[in-house]
Design a protein around this ligand. Structure first.
Ligand SMILES: NC(=O)c1ccc[n+]([C@@H]2O[C@H](COP(=O)([O-])OP(=O)(O)OC[C@H]3O[C@@H](n4cnc5c(N)ncnc54)[C@H](OP(=O)(O)O)[C@@H]3O)[C@@H](O)[C@H]2O)c1
Length: 252
């Protein structure tokens, strides 16, 4: 028997690939996003195909009510969640300092406040039971300073690595997943032009998820799928700061 997994943002992209792979492996699921019709469609498909139980929660994670609904699912002792995938995310077109600060606030709520609340609830519930796993979907952008998006992802990597160490004795594995470019709805939703991104830089969501789950099984605190992004992430972490900043200036 596999446990129950809660995934935020399973209606598209990386979250959708997690939902499909985890259902295939026999996990019951709780799916959290804003689009009810898409949630119901995926849930019906996964129940039918894999015979797993799938609950859906329609929630905007930037709202108090939406966040509370997801937290409630994590603290429900009658249906314990064994794996949290903190994945929902988006980006804003334009650089900090030129964007609307109200939009930046909403972005911060989705990228930092929501995963922080969900992690808090999950750690407390899982530590009480002596086991549990959390995947925080960050980005290789965490390693190169580029506006608020990369700052939010750097926060996520930093907190995940510490929490992994802090709660390993309590039976928890907490891993930051740092993808490079992945073909999803992400860039289209933010209105970004991706035509200049070379083909070799694109990852497939299903392969990314398989690699991430492999790293989670090994108990890693940081997962950077694919050799090319392992190399790029190493360069951005250890190259001279001036070189990294020059690369960062060239855009995202
Ligand atoms: N694609 C990339 O190149 C890439 C690279 C590195 C990291 N990432 C990270 O990977 C994660 C997933 O991104 P993706 O590429 O799969 O993007 P995506 O295809 O646009 O999917 C985003 C998911 O997040 C959900 N979502 C967005 N805003 C939400 C909100 N306010 N409340 C609840 N759910 C919300 C969306 O569902 P609804 O619209 O139904 O709410 C959707 O299911 C993000 O954290 C992103 O930063 C992506």
């Amino acid at each position: 028997m596999r446990g129950r997994a809660l995934i935020t943002g399973p209606t598209a992209g990386i979250g959708n690939a997690f939902a499909r792979e985890l259902a295939k492996r026999g996990h019951d699921l709780v799916l959290v996003a804003r689009d009810t019709a898409r949630l119901e469609k995926i849930a019906a498909e996964l129940r039918e195909k894999h015979g797993v139980a799938v609950d859906v929660i329609t929630a905007d994670l930037t709202t108090d009510d939406g966040l509370a609904a997801a937290v409630n699912a994590l603290t429900d002792t009658s249906h314990p969640v064994d794996l949290l995938v903190n994945n929902a995310g988006s980006s804003i077109a334009g650089w900090f300092g030129t964007t609307d600060i109200v939009e930046e606030d909403r972005h911060l709520d989705l990228m930092v406040r929501a995963p922080m609340h969900l992690m808090d609830a999950a750690i407390k519930a899982m530590a009480g039971r002596g086991h549990g796993e959390i995947i925080n979907v960050a980005s290789v952008a965490a390693f190169t300073p580029r506006g608020t998006y990369s700052a939010h992802k750097a926060w996520m990597v930093n907190l995940s690595r510490w929490a992994h160490m802090q709660y390993s004795d309590a039976g928890l594995t907490i891993m930051a997943l740092c993808p490079g470019f992945v073909r999803t709805e992400f860039h289209q939703r933010m209105g970004a032009d991706t035509s200049t991104i070379p083909r070799w830089m694109w990852l497939k969501a299903d392969k990314l998820v398989k690699a991430a789950l492999k790293d989670l099984d090994k108990g890693k605190s940081l997962s950077i799928p694919s050799v090319r992004y392992k190399v790029l992430a190493t360069i951005s972490q250890y190259a001279p700061k001036s070189v990294v900043m020059r690369a960062a200036k060239r855009g995202r």
